[in-house]
Design a protein around this ligand. Structure first.
Ligand code: NI
Length: 181
């Protein structure tokens, strides 16, 4: 296991669509997953996608225990999601603050589907099929966006709501100092 370098925004590899994972028994996949877990934990992230460590495969991990750093966030189970598909469950859009390990130190207000179903498999080939809302839905959409070559700043509607986390006025922008990353 090892901590891998996380690519930062500007690296063209973050803009490329990823390919589906073919062989779940490939030992390189297990090694990649172990490294991604180590890397995410070392950086205190809520999620990480394989292309962020330079591997263009449809594999993301995410999870968040209840934490004082994310006081408004319901816990999200530790999840490995391979070859994911997202289906919105309503037309409702919600704005929320996001950060990203590939965009360190910054936060932005990002519109996402409020309720989604997501499907895929885990590293053992077991089906993952959940209907979720709110923060959980946001985390999944953020991570799956990485597999499409999308970074959250590309979805911000009003760039006045994009900036350095420690520069936002916490009174005017509650949540800008924390949020997903
Ligand atoms: Ni990200």
């Amino acid at each position: 296991m090892a901590i891998r370098e996380v690519l930062r925004m500007g690296d063209p590899r973050l803009l490329q669509p990823s390919a589906p994972v073919g062989d779940l028994r490939d030992p390189a996949l297990a090694a990649l997953l172990a490294d991604m877990r180590d890397t995410m934990r070392s950086l205190d992230g809520a999620g990480l996608a394989a292309p962020q460590v330079g591997v263009p495969l449809q594999l993301v991990i995410f999870g968040l225990e209840h934490s004082p750093r994310y006081p408004d966030a319901a816990p999200v189970p530790d999840t490995v999601l391979i070859n994911p598909v997202i289906t919105p469950l309503s037309d409702e859009i919600e704005e929320g603050w996001e950060g990203c390990l590939s965009v360190p130190g910054m936060r932005g207000l990002v519109p996402r589907w409020r309720r989604i179903r997501y499907q895929g498999v885990d590293e053992h080939g077991a089906s993952v099929d959940r209907s979720v809302e709110g923060f959980h839905a946001r985390v999944v959409q953020h991570e799956v966006d990485h597999l499409l070559g999308m970074l959250y700043p590309m979805r911000i509607r009003d760039l006045r709501h994009f900036g350095f986390m420690d520069a936002f006025d916490a009174g005017r922008f509650p949540g800008a100092g924390s949020g997903l990353r």
